[in-house]
Design a protein around this ligand. Structure first.
Ligand SMILES: [Zn+2]
Ligand SMILES: [Zn+2]
Ligand SMILES: [Zn+2]
Length: 363
């Protein structure tokens, strides 16, 4: 058997053990943990093969690398560090090998789109980093929950995930009902190998919370997220662009909202009509169509083709909207059926046939 073949067979076996819950796991030695943190930092994926990870206890806490060792969070998991560094493919490898980035035992990881799971890991790591003892309403260690500002604990904000099977994706939710919105979680992974530039004990970046080996008045970019470190992070995007647009119309006159609705209705149908009836037979043509859609869905094409990246609830709702008229209508029917408002909104924005049977009316 060739070496490559053997490696693949081992990987398959490890994956089966993880999925059946029978993987035998041992704790990491401190130096092994340090090596794995370093591999995440440098972007060395070869250390993160499933055959190796499946034999390790992945949710144990280790001495955190200096850049996120502040406050009470001087110990963290591998997945937390990967998430805070924006290294989504490492978070994904850890989840595949059975890691639970929630820290409170939610068993949903294989049921969620992987890119969304990685965004959740980013959010969980950030909230854990900032948690202080006994601050949640329930008495657990809570962190400030954006945008409502309550202090909420992991047990409370993960509760919508407890019984998830399929359908509308659950979201991290404060005890007051507010869903987490935080655009500062969306930075792309930046340079490799920042750990060798420290340790430093200065302030932390206001966007990603990485400690900065810089003086206060320096205006250079953060090592981890590349944002100006002392600038206030961008405020969370208004949840519904449409809501703000129609309230603006409402201020002007009672007539405008209905104009807006009519205009929107015409626009969504026009966009739907621009879709092909069927997918092109030719593979290249089909890829071209997909690429054009991806570009449209991601604005200026900020996401590199093929690059794996964490997606927020709003972003994941704009994925896979269907490339043909019938596929689009089917997606709309499914989203409406489970009451997924984010998805319905994304589909209306992309273009839908509102006269199709069972389709909800545009609002
Ligand atoms: Zn709580
Ligand atoms: Zn709240
Ligand atoms: Zn930063």
């Amino acid at each position: 058997m060739g070496r490559e073949q053997k490696r693949r067979q081992e990987a398959r076996k490890a994956k089966q053990l993880v999925q059946s819950g029978k993987a035998e796991r041992r704790p990491l030695l401190p130096e092994e943990a340090a090596d794995l943190f370093s591999a995440i930092d440098k972007g060395e994926v070869q250390s993160f093969g499933i055959a190796r990870l499946a034999g390790l206890r992945l949710d144990d806490l280790h001495q955190a690398p200096w850049c996120f060792a502040w406050g009470p969070a001087s110990r963290m998991t591998l997945a937390d560090f990967a998430a805070l560094r924006g290294r989504d493919s490492f978070v994904s490898a850890l989840i595949t090998a059975g890691a639970d980035p929630s820290g409170v035992g939610v068993q949903v990881w294989e049921k969620l789109p992987r890119a969304y799971a990685c965004w959740l890991a980013r959010a969980a790591a950030r909230l854990r980093l900032e948690a202080t003892p006994d601050t949640c309403r329930c008495g657990g260690p809570g962190a400030e929950f954006p945008p409502c500002g309550h202090r909420c604990c992991a047990r409370c904000f993960w509760s919508p995930f407890k019984d998830f099977v399929s359908g509308r994706l659950p979201e991290l939710t404060c005890f007051c009902g507010q869903r987490l919105e935080d655009s500062s979680l969306e930075f792309p992974a930046q340079r490799r190998g920042i750990l060798r530039l420290g340790p430093a004990s200065g302030e932390s970046c206001r966007t990603c919370r990485c400690r900065l080996p810089l003086s206060r008045d320096s205006d250079s970019a953060c090592l981890n997220c590349a944002q100006p470190p002392f600038a206030a992070p961008k405020p969370a995007k208004p949840a519904e662009r449409i809501a703000s647009a129609s309230s603006l119309c409402g201020d002007l006159s009672g007539l405008l909202p209905s104009c807006w609705r009519l205009w929107r209705r015409a626009r969504t149908v026009r966009r739907w009509k621009s879709l092909p009836e069927e997918l092109p037979q030719d593979l290249q043509e089909r890829q071209k169509l997909q690429a054009a859609w991806d570009l449209k869905a991601n604005g200026s094409g900020k996401r590199m083709a093929g690059a794996f990246k964490a997606l927020s609830p709003a972003q994941v709702a704009t994925e896979k909207l269907g490339l043909t008229r019938s596929a689009r209508s089917e997606r709309l029917r499914l989203a409406a059926e489970v009451g997924d408002a984010r998805r319905v909104e994304a589909l209306l924005e992309a273009g839908c046939d509102l006269d199709a049977p069972n389709a909800p009316r545009a609002s």
